[in-house]
Each structure stands twice: as C-alpha cells, then as structure tokens.
Design a protein around this ligand. Structure first.
Ligand code: NAP
Length: 854
C-alpha cells in the first residue's frame, strides 16, 4: 500500500521523474511518482508518430548517472528512433526497480500548499489525497498538445491524429487521402512515412521551417572515440558547454569571410548531420542578423537543390525569421517528399484554411476531401503542463494567476509564493535550448542536493526571495535581448498559443553558465532563498553572480588563451600586447570625418584625433581622454568607442593624447590633459565645433583625468564645461574599496594590474593628491553635470559610485549608470559585445543632454 504522506511527490515518469525517483530513494527520502501514462518514458511514451527520432546523437542523449549503462546498452543508430528510446527508458526502469515507485495512469488535478502544516496537499484523478513536504513537477516542456485553433475541428468524421498523442497501435495510411497540418519537427519527421503510404497527401504549411538531413547511421565515430577515451572528461565538457553537447566554440564571424568560404564552412557542418552544428559554424549566428542571413541563404540553397519545382522550393524556403529562432529540424528525406506526384503543398498564408468540414478541409475557395487529418500543430510549451494542474501556493494564489503575464521563476527551478515547489527544466532554465538529458540530470541533482542540505541544516522550507526572482527575470531578459529570438513568432516565445504572454521562455545564457549559477546558489548557502525550520529562519539575498552572457563568453575565451598577466610584463611589452589585441577588434561605426593633428602639450606636441559627425556643424565638442592606466594607450586606442559615441550622440569627439608613465609620472598626464582642454577651448571654432558647448569624457584612467580637469576648469575660472562623462573612472588611489576584493580577480582589470598601473604612475604620497584622486577634493560643489558609469564586476566600481555620491551630495547634477553584468573593459567593446550597446546608448544620450539649451 503506497504511503499517503511522503517527503516528495514527483509528477511525471519521463527521464526526469525516473532519475529523481532513483536519487530520492538512494538518499532515504520517501516519495510517490505519479504518471498519467501507463509506462515510463514521458515524451518518448506519447510521441509515437512514424519517424519520431531524437535530434541529438545517442552519444549525448543518454543518462550519465549510471556508468554501467554505457556497457549494458548499445544504441543501434546515431539518432535513435522513438521505440528504441522508449525501450531504453524501460530498461533503466527495470534495472533500477523504478516501476515499483511509480503510480501509473494517475493525474494530479490539484496541489495546494498548507502554510500551517508546511506541506503540499495533492489531489489525484483517482480521488486520493497525498501530503508531501516537497512537490516536483517533472512534466516535460512539450507534453501538452496545443489546440489547433482551426474552426470545425470537431466536425470531421474521418480519422484524426495528433502527433503528440499518437495511437499505440500502428496506423496504416495505405490508399488514404491524408492532410497534414503543420510543418514543425513532428510533421517534418513523419511526413516521409505518411507520404510513402498515402494515396494522396496535402501538406498545409503556415511557416516554412529550416531543416537539414539527419544523416542517420552509426554513432559519430569522433564522439564515440572521445567518450571511450575519457567518458568523464567528455561529460564534463557537455555539462559546461553552451548547449549540453561538446562542441568547438566558433571564433569566426560569418561576415569576416567571403560568401564562398562561408558556404564551404557551412557545407562541412551540414555533412556532420548534427542539429547544433550549423548554428555553431560562426560566432555571431545567434546575435547578428546579417551573419544569420548567411546561414539562411545556405539553408535555402539546399532546399532549392532538392525540390524540383522552383515555386514549391520557394514556398518551402523560410523567409522572415532568423535561423535558430524557430527550432530548426532534422529530417530524413523531408524535402524530397515534395517531388512526389501525389504530394501537394498548400501555403496557408496565401490560401487560408477556412474550416474543417465533415469530410475534409475548406481553404481559399477549395473544398478537399480527406480520409485522415494529422494535426502536427505543436504544444503549449514550457508552461502548459505546469499550469494545467491547479497549483495553489501561499495566500491562495494560483501559479496560473501568478504567471498570467509570463512565468516568473528563480533559476527556472523555483518560484516565489510556492515553497518547496520545484520544476525540472522549467521556464527560465536552458531546457528546450539544450540537450535535455544534460539539463534534466543537472536539475535532478540540484534538487537532490538542496534536499540533502536542508535535511542536514534542519530546514523544512525553501522559497526564493522576490529580489532573487526579479534579478533572474532581468538576467534572462538581458540574455534574450542580445539574441534574435524576440523578433520571431515561435513557441519559444509563447507565440503559438493565442493569449500566451510573449517572452522568451527558456534561458538562453547557456548550459554551463547556468549550471555554475545554480551551483553557486547552493554552495554559498542557498543564495536568493528564504529558509525556515526548527525555529531557524535564514535569508540569503545574495545575489548570485549574473554576468552579461557575451561578457562571460569573452572571459571564457580569454581564459582558454592563457594570456600572460599584464603585471608580469614591462610597460613596453604591455603596450605591444595591447596594440596587437587592437588589430583584432571590430572597427566601430563610420563617422562623418576623422582628422588627425597635434596640439601643444605641457612638454611638447601631442597628437589628437577628431571624430566629426556626418551632420551639419558646428557640433558640441567632447574632449576625450583614453583609458590604459596612464601607462598604455594613445589618442587612437579607444577608436571604436569614440566613433560609436560620435555617431550616437552627434557630437564631435576630440581624443587627445597625453604623456604616459613610467616615462612621465604624475602629474605629467594631468598637465597634458589640462593643456589639451585649454587648447581645444581656445581653438574650438577653427576645429569646427562650438566654443560654448564643451564637455570632457574619459574611460578608466582617462575618466580620472576628465574628472581632474573638470575640477581644474572650475578652480581656474574656465574653460566653462557643459558636462563630464566618466566611464568606470579611477577616483581614489589612496585606498581600495570593497569592489577590489569582490572583483579583484578574473575580470580582466585585476587588483594586481591596477596596482601595477598606480605604481608606474604615482607614488603612495602622490596618490593622496587631488589631481591623482579627485574624490579627495575638499569641495565638489559647482562642478559641471556628470554622468558616471560603473561596471558591476569592476574593481573600480565602488570608487566610481563614491564619486557620483559625493558629487551629488555637493549639489552637482549626476546621472549614474550601473552597468549590470559588465566588467571594466566590456562597455567599450563596440560591435563585439552586444550587451554594451544599451549602456553606450545611454552614455550618448547623457552627452547630448549636457548640451541641451546651450
Ligand atoms: P511545432 O514546432 O510547434 O510545429 C507546429 C506546426 O504547426 C508549425 O508549423 C505551426 O506553424 C503549425 N501550426 C500550428 N497551429 C496551426 C494552425 N492553426 N494552422 C496551421 N498551422 C498551424 O510543433 P512540433 O513539430 O510538434 O515540434 C515541437 C517541438 O518538439 C520541436 O520544436 C522540438 O523542440 C520538439 N520535437 C523534437 C523532435 C526531435 O528531437 N526529433 C521531434 C519532434 C518535436 P507556425 O510555425 O506558423 O506556428
């Protein structure tokens, strides 16, 4: 007799529920697993349509938690078909005696949190009520077929099939007139099988899809060999990879090679027959529309190669959505189907279906009779299965209500207001954008570890904190914002279900990054969670480290290069290294004109570079001081960012050089910066700018100089400045703030590099001077309006913020931008890190505002 009060109730006996059951048992937690079907397998139990196969190679789509399985189970193909995957699930369930822990043909109808008892109360379709401390939805992301939303579906008297609920017995279409509605993965896989039998097949397509041949056959030799040689290393690589499948990271932009070369690289990827390979051919397919279009062109050319009728080929060629923003498909002879004489393609954007009738389908003035209709119209993805159950949390709020405007979760695993409630591969986790096996195992292990830790520490309840949930929402949006996903109507965006909120449901920051964040949340003592139990109450607001995804990707790439630390170099070596790095960066946008010249510095001529907008002048002038710790760089070293600011703000940027340390130590750079400002102010008109509209700007050490000369201009009665833009500025060398400890290592500008810069520039005594540390000024009153930008993961963050605060307290108008998830150097990386774009846009609008009304 199954217990009606257990530690954990799990809904679903797919690969997630099965593994969780195993782990719960191993660790002494009592459980009930409730499954609607009459066997294990989840998605592979329900999706029995002909041709159903996994798109991820079997070397990668299998459990890793039981190493014996690698010997005990041999996959027959590279991409296993549904019956084989179901047999695998059954094999594992038998081997580990999982069947005994699962209640089949039981649906959960209602689950409610009892805040007094600190337990869940779960009502099932069999009339039973089970209570449990914890409640886990392991219901899968694509398990609730969506309503086809076509009028008359209930009228049809012929055979009706839904790919996601295919009959268990074989379906024979021989001699039948068949309609297939939809051209997603399920349709694309089943179509060749249906076409082979049917007397007549009409395919109703709303949106053409990208698909590539699966090239099925034996398991990929290279992957097999790597698995065999070092299984643990292979699995670790998968777990820390962007998608959960080990793959080389692309480093080349699709726009940096000729079209011929791009196509030849894509051809190599195509030949591999691996789902994720095409998109991984170039570094910018997911984030740059033009780069993505190269891939789209290649994919379309392949359709035209196969499909004989050019008009049909064109109808089958996706236009209007970027590759990868709708799930790309893998097929076996899909496009070939349309060369068969009994197959017809109907583009329902041109010939809309008006109604399903008793005998067939009416569309665009035609009435066609069918013996069978196959709905391959997709799923209410990610949230459908979760909110289909009436789940009520604290204070009587249902999850459905809470998620009305979009799912809110912390880490895609938990949600505020629903204590001890967990989702496996829920919205806000990589889930459908990853190899599901890797993601499932990670979530199961996270839940197991959380339960173990709670037991060890005597906590009864875990609930995410609202701040953590909000941080996660913002981070998920940050990640989505740099991609092309939001421009496409896809089920990833909830766009296939009328009325569903339009957000990117899965987390797109990558599997490895996600794993690190989840692990950090547990290892640092339940970061972002409120914990209670045994009279104890713990709140650990965190936050977990959430970086902009592109910034983190860059850090990962740099870590792989094992670059020597700057502080181990001589200044000359460091300058050479910086020059070499500059040749690899994107140039930045075009501006109206670039003019180089010289001006008289404090100890001789120095260079400047003018960036003039294309618009009619005279323009406001921004005197710009470059970054580089007073040791590195020149008037051209921040070229891309100067172009970007010039173009965005429509102002003239004059980037001026200054003498560098250690050859010319403090206050040489200040003296030159000051001379530059005076010279520009005195020559503004000749330079094509407005003499009464001048501001200063600078990055890092240049921000320090800009702040210093702004004070000097105030103290010396001019030049009059309209504003100061300080990007991650150095403001106080006399002491080090907490951000030096928090961010002192691993974010390019390290504590040691900063010390190296200071040591070259100024003595300990000199650092206490106001011209080295502008924060130490006796008064900051009457300075020009300031915009101060600080990076979250910058050692200089706190001193930039301190300067902003001090200016504000002194009555200076200050705008502060805290660049979320950014490091010291990332905001300046124009056209390389898309996440910096919005920060620079704000900087440009800040610059423009300096001059409003002037
Ligand atoms: P899907 O990708 O959502 O495709 C549904 C298709 O039906 C789309 O072509 C859609 O058009 C069309 N459609 C929906 N409502 C319609 C209507 N009212 N009138 C006309 N057409 C309509 O669903 P799916 O093919 O079942 O695949 C869903 C996901 O399951 C896949 O993306 C994949 O992640 C997973 N899957 C994986 C595998 C595998 O690994 N091998 C196999 C099958 C499925 P629009 O595009 O215009 O909405």
């Amino acid at each position: 007799m199954a217990k009606s009060n257990v530690d954990v109730v799990v809904v679903g006996a797919g690969f997630a529920g099965m593994y969780l059951l195993h782990e719960l048992r191993q660790n002494g937690f009592s459980s009930r697993v409730l499954e609607a079907g009459d066997d294990v397998g989840g998605t592979w139990y329900w999706n029995r349509y002909p041709g159903a196969r996994c798109d991820i190679a079997t070397t990668d789509y299998q459990y890793t938690w039981d190493p014996e399985l690698f010997e005990e189970w041999q996959w027959s193909e590279k991409h296993a078909a549904q019956p084989e995957i179901l047999r695998y699930a059954q094999f594992v369930a038998k081997k580990h005696d999982l069947y005994s822990g699962i209640d089949f043909e039981v649906r959960v109808e209602k689950a409610a949190w009892d805040d007094a008892a600190k337990k869940w109360s779960i009502h099932t379709s069999t009339g039973e009520t089970i209570t449990s401390r914890h409640y886990v939805m392991a219901t899968g992301c694509l398990s609730v077929p969506k309503d086809p939303d076509i009028s008359g579906t209930d009228r049809f008297t012929g055979d009706v099939y839904v790919t996601g609920r295919w009959p268990h017995e074989e379906v024979d279409f021989t001699g039948k007139r068949v309609a297939v509605i939809g051209t997603g993965s399920s349709a694309i896989q089943s179509m060749p099988h249906i076409a082979a039998q049917a007397k007549e097949l009409v395919v109703f397509q709303r949106t053409a899809n990208f698909s590539m041949p699966a090239q099925n056959g034996p398991q990929p030799a290279d992957r097999r060999a790597r698995l065999k040689a070092d299984r643990i290393a292979y699995q670790s690589e998968a777990r820390m990879s962007p998608t959960g499948v080990p793959m080389e990271m692309a480093t080349v932009s699709a726009l940096s090679v000729s079209r011929e070369e791009a196509f030849s690289m894509l051809e190599k990827s195509w030949q591999k027959g691996e789902l994720l390979q095409i998109g991984a051919t170039f570094s910018d397919v997911g984030i740059n529309r033009a780069a993505n279009e190269v891939v789209c062109d290649f994919m379309r050319s392949k359709i035209h190669e196969v499909v004989k009728d050019p008009e049909t080929a064109e109808t089958l060629s996706p236009r209007g959505h970027a590759y990868g923003t709708k799930r790309p498909c893998m097929d076996t002879n899909y496009f070939e189907v349309f060369n068969m004489p009994h197959v017809r393609l109907v583009d329902i954007r041109k010939k809309p279906i008006t109604s399903i009738t008793e005998t067939g389908i009416d569309f665009a003035g035609e009435s066609q009779e069918f013996d069978a209709i196959v709905y391959a119209t997709g799923f209410d993805a990610m949230t459908g299965a979760i909110v289909n159950v009436d789940i009520t949390g604290k204070n009587g709020i249902t999850l459905k209500k809470k998620w009305e405007s979009g799912p809110l979760t912390y880490l895609g695993l938990t949600t505020v207001g629903f204590p001890n409630f967990y989702m496996i591969t829920g919205p806000g986790s990589p889930s459908v954008l990853s190899n599901m096996m890797v993601s499932i195992e990670q979530h199961v292990e996270w839940i197991r570890d959380a339960l173990l830790d709670m037991r060890a520490k005597g906590f009864d309840t875990i609930e995410p904190m609202p701040e953590a949930e909000e941080d996660w929402r913002v981070h998920c949006t940050d990640c989505a914002d740099i991609t092309l996903f939001q421009d496409t109507n896809s089920w990833y965006m909830g766009a296939n279900v009328p009325g569903k909120p339009r957000v990117l449901f899965p987390y797109i920051g990558g599997v490895g990054r996600y794993r690190r964040i989840c692990t950090e949340a547990l290892q640092r003592g339940f970061v972002g969670f409120e914990m209670q139990g045994n009279g104890k109450h713990q709140m650990n607001p965190g936050p977990v480290r959430l970086m902009q995804p592109d910034v983190e990707m860059m850090l990962d790439a740099m870590a792989m290069l094992e670059l020597p630390p700057i502080e181990a170099m001589s200044p000359a070596e460091a300058r050479g290294f910086m020059d070499a790095s500059a040749t690899m960066r994107a140039p930045g946008p075009d501006v109206g004109e670039i003019v180089d010249g010289t001006f008289p510095g404090a100890a001789g001529d120095l260079e400047y570079r003018i960036y003039r907008p294309a618009s009619q002048g005279p323009h406001p002038i921004v005197v710009y001081y470059h970054g580089g710790g007073w040791v590195l760089g020149s008037h051209t070293s921040d070229d891309p960012m100067c172009r970007d600011l010039c173009e965005r703000a429509d102002v003239m940027i004059i980037s001026v050089n200054y003498r560098h340390a250690p050859e010319a130590r403090f206050p040489a750079a200040v003296d030159d910066a000051w001379e530059a400002l005076k010279w520009v102010a005195g020559n503004a008109r000749q330079l094509g700018g407005s003499a009464d509209r001048i501001a200063v700007a600078g990055w890092s050490a240049g921000g320090n100089l800009a702040a210093v000369v702004a004070q000097m201009a105030r103290d010396n009665g001019g030049p009059a400045l309209c504003g100061q833009l300080l990007l991650t500025p150095v403001t106080d060398g006399s002491r080090q703030s907490a951000s030096y400890d928090e961010n002192g290592e691993g974010y390019v500008l390290t504590k040691n590099v900063m010390e190296w810069f200071w040591n070259h520039y100024a003595s300990t005594e000199d650092r206490k001077q106001v011209k080295a540390s502008p924060l130490l000024a006796k008064s900051l009153a009457n300075l020009p309006p300031a915009m101060i930008v600080t990076g979250q993961f910058d050692p200089l963050r706190d001193e930039g913020n301190a300067y902003a605060r001090a200016l504000s307290e002194a009555g200076v108008q200050v705008k502060r931008i805290q660049a979320r998830g950014h490091i010291h150097t990332s905001i300046t990386m124009v056209d390389m890190l898309p996440s910096g774009k919005s920060v620079r846009a704000k900087m440009a609008s800040g610059l423009r505002e300096f001059f409003v009304g002037k």
